[in-house]
Design a protein around this ligand. Structure first.
Ligand SMILES: C[S@@+](CC[C@H](N)C(=O)[O-])C[C@H]1O[C@@H](n2cnc3c(N)ncnc32)[C@H](O)[C@@H]1O
Length: 230
C-alpha cells in the first residue's frame, strides 16, 4: 500500500472532509439508483429531472487513489494545461491544480486547470473549496454545459480528466481532442462498470482517425488510460 499523497497543509484536511462528506452520501446514492433502476422507464443514458435534482447536492467525487494517480500522471507529464469534464465540488480539481502548481513551481511559466460544472450550487461550493485550499489561481471554472464551455480550451492540452455522466463523455472528448498535444493523456472513470453506456466514447477513442491508444486500468470500476499519439 502506498503512502497517502501530501499536497499541502491547506489542502489535505479539506480533502479528508470532502471525502468524508462524499462517503456519507454513498448509501443514499445506492438506494436511489437501485430503486429507480426497477422502473421500466428509467434511462441510465439520460437522467430525468428527478435524478438531476437528487444529484444536485451529491459530490460523486473521483476515488482518492484514482485522483492521486491523476496527480502523479500530471507530474510525470509536467502538465501545465489540464481540462476536467465534471468538477462537482472540485475534489479531483484540487489534485490536478496541485500538480500544475508543483510543475510550474519547478519549471517556471504558467499553468491552468479548466474545470466545468453545470450545477450552480456545486460550482459555488467548488469555488469555496479552491479558495480554502489556496489553489484558486490555478483553476478556471467554467460554469454551464460542457458542450458550450469546452468549445474553446485556448491552447494545447497535456492532460484531460473525463469524470462526467456517461452521455457527456464523448461530447467532452470530441471537443478537446483537437487540442490534445502529442503524448497527452486522457483519463476516464468507471469504464468497466459502465462499458455499455460508454459505447460511443469507445467508438471515438478506437477510431484510428483520432490517433488515440487506450487501455483499461484495473482500478475499481475500471479507469481508462488513453494516450494521444501523433
Ligand atoms: C462524477 S461528478 C464529478 C466529480 C468530480 N470530478 C470530483 O472528483 O469531485 C460529474 C459532475 O458533472 C456535472 N455535469 C454533468 N453533466 C454536465 C454537463 N453537460 N456540463 C457540465 N457539467 C456536467 C454534474 O453536475 C456532476 O457534478
Amino acid at each position: 500500500m502506498s503512502e497517502r499523497l501530501v499536497l499541502g497543509s491547506r489542502i489535505d484536511g479539506l480533502l479528508d472532509r470532502l471525502y468524508a462528506q462524499n462517503a456519507s452520501q454513498d448509501e443514499a446514492l445506492g438506494s436511489y439508483f437501485s430503486a429507480r433502476a426497477q422502473e421500466e422507464s428509467f434511462d441510465w443514458n439520460e437522467f430525468d429531472a428527478r435524478t438531476n435534482q437528487f444529484l444536485s447536492d451529491k459530490l460523486v467525487a473521483l476515488d482518492r487513489e484514482k485522483a492521486e494517480f491523476c496527480y502523479y500522471l500530471c507530474r510525470a507529464l509536467r502538465a501545465r494545461r489540464v481540462v476536467e469534464a465534471g468538477t462537482s465540488f472540485g475534489v479531483s480539481t484540487l489534485f490536478l491544480a496541485a500538480a500544475v502548481r508543483d510543475n510550474v513551481r519547478e519549471d517556471g511559466g504558467t499553468g491552468v486547470v479548466i474545470g466545468t460544472e453545470f450545477e450552480p450550487a456545486k460550482a459555488a461550493a467548488a469555488r469555496a473549496n479552491f479558495a480554502e485550499a489556496g489553489l484558486s489561481e490555478w483553476i478556471e471554472l467554467r460554469e454551464g454545459d460542457l458542450r458550450k464551455t469546452l468549445v474553446d480550451v485556448g491552447g494545447p492540452v497535456d492532460f484531460m480528466l473525463v469524470d462526467i455522466w456517461t452521455p457527456m463523455a464523448r461530447p467532452a472528448l470530441e471537443l478537446v481532442a483537437p487540442a490534445l498535444r502529442n503524448g497527452a493523456i486522457v483519463i476516464c472513470d468507471n469504464t468497466t462498470q459502465f462499458r455499455d453506456a460508454y459505447r460511443d466514447y469507445f467508438d471515438f477513442v478506437n477510431d484510428p482517425a483520432n490517433r488515440l491508444r487506450t487501455m483499461t486500468l484495473p482500478f475499481e470500476g475500471g479507469l481508462e488510460f488513453t494516450l494521444r499519439e501523433d
